[in-house]
Design a binder for this molecule. Structure first.
Ligand code: F3S
Length: 425
């Protein structure tokens, strides 16, 4: 049984209102199910409140009622005054400004508007992105967090050295209300140590290469803590690590890893393992890279009717690059081009003329959401091209689409010609 500190017991006893009481009830159940012995304070939560597209089943539009039912698991209507912890929000069920481009129904838009009003009133950030770290949520090393979103969690743990497990909507929300999360899993030093050595024998210099590496290792390691050792020393940038994280959390469930000499808890191989013995050495060479590439490409023929890029949401670097590729070009009449980023980054793209360049070419720069989480794809789309291993992994099952995976350049070429000409070089 989890042991409660005085402030936690007071919340559970209802001394700080019903919202915190209900939240503690949920968190105590959660901690007991996990086997956690105590809670730890958190002031950094990445919430999931934008709801998946449930307009057919959700008839209510009252924010308190919605949050009570879906996030606090009760039919009792609980009014939240103000959320305690600093927070950002994961993607929402639609682009809040361009929902009609996505083909979102009005009922869904109305639902999102009532949640938007609820968030404004209760102090929930309208950041709406799967990349909170790109829009100002940068916890410091050792900081305890409660983040949803599988691709963001390894960024928090491995890249920043902060600490989080992969939370769900129903644990993150009570955590934000109380500022507490069970002290368990990756909050604890011993669970962050490396378990498998990855001998990276190839140069990994491009974003696509980091996606392929993560995809291969995720599949082999599943929930383990891989320790990447690069033979060719280079320092991956934010766009590359975003790819590694998203891929490893799609083919597997990697929440924590180390890159020797690069990530904060791995100044050396020895430090990365922290006294653990590697269970296995996994070689990553040309054959493994090709296997990952082939697993991600299931489309046949050459016709493409949707190009979907920005999964996870594109960085400023990627927005700049995609605008360069599109400058002066026109998207093929049979192709839709959707590019996803965070609202905050789009503001910079607007100022820099990037949005205009994409628009002139016939593409859409979209924010707040993505088709995989909403299942809102352009009507009739059957073959998608993407530069994201995560999108390639999930699009067949979720959208019923055949997929081509390659570089950003391959994808823009497909958007312009309507044909896939990418290959592994
Ligand atoms: Fe983000 Fe959607 Fe991809 S949430 S990581 S763009 S599947």
């Amino acid at each position: 049984m989890v042991e409660l500190a005085r402030d936690e017991q007071e919340m559970l006893d209802g001394k700080h209102g019903r919202a915190q009481q209900r939240s503690m009830e949920i968190l105590v159940q959660y901690a007991d199910a996990l086997g956690a012995e105590q809670f730890v304070d958190t002031n950094n939560v990445h919430l999931f409140v934008g709801f998946h597209p449930y307009p057919e089943v959700i008839q209510i539009l009252d924010g308190d009622e919605l949050a009570s039912k879906f996030l606090l698991d009760t039919d009792e209507k609980i009014t939240v005054d103000y959320v305690k912890a600093f927070n950002t929000t994961h993607i929402w069920a639609m682009d809040l400004d361009r929902w009609q481009v996505m083909g979102a129904p009005e009922s869904l838009h109305n639902l999102m508007e009532s949640i938007r009003a609820y968030c404004i009133r209760t102090g929930i950030s309208l950041s709406a992105t799967c990349t909170p770290y790109q829009v100002g949520n940068l916890p410091t090393r050792g900081e305890h967090c409660a983040w949803t979103e599988s691709s963001a969690v390894p960024f928090c743990n491995a890249v920043l050295g902060a600490r989080t497990n992969t939370e769900a909507a129903h644990s993150a929300f009570p955590s934000a209300l109380t500022g507490k999360i069970p002290l368990w899993g990756l909050h604890l030093e011993e669970n962050r140590r490396g378990t498998h050595l990855i001998d990276v024998q190839l140069d990994v210099n491009s974003i696509m290469d980091w996606y392929l590496l993560g995809y291969y290792v995720g599949e082999v390691c599943q929930l383990a803590v891989p320790v990447y050792e690069l033979r060719h020393k280079m320092v991956p940038n934010i766009s590359m690590l975003k790819g590694l994280n998203a891929a490893g959390a799609s083919s597997g469930g990697i929440m924590m890893y180390h890159i020797v000499g690069i990530t904060p808890e791995a100044p050396s191989r020895q430090a990365a393992f922290g006294g653990n013995k590697s269970k296995e050495t996994i070689v990553y060479g040309e054959a493994q890279r090709r296997k990952a590439y082939e697993n991600l490409n299931c489309a046949k023929g050459e016709t493409v009717d949707l190009v979907n890029i920005g999964c996870p949401h594109y960085s400023l670097e990627q927005l700049r690059d995609v605008a360069r590729l599109l400058d002066g070009k026109k998207i093929h009449e049979n192709v839709d081009l959707w590019i996803w980023t965070a609202y905050q980054l789009k503001s910079i793209a607007d100022r820099n003329g990037i949005t205009d360049t994409i628009k002139k070419a016939g593409g859409h720069l979209m924010t707040d959401s993505c088709p995989l989480n909403t299942n809102l794809f352009p009507k009739g789309a059957s073959v998608v091209a993407t530069d994201s291993a995560k999108h390639a992994h999930y699009a067949p099952a979720i959208g019923g689409l055949d997929v081509y995976f390659g570089t950003m350049e391959n994808c823009i070429d497909a958007a312009v010609t309507g044909k896939w000409r990418g290959e592994l070089k």
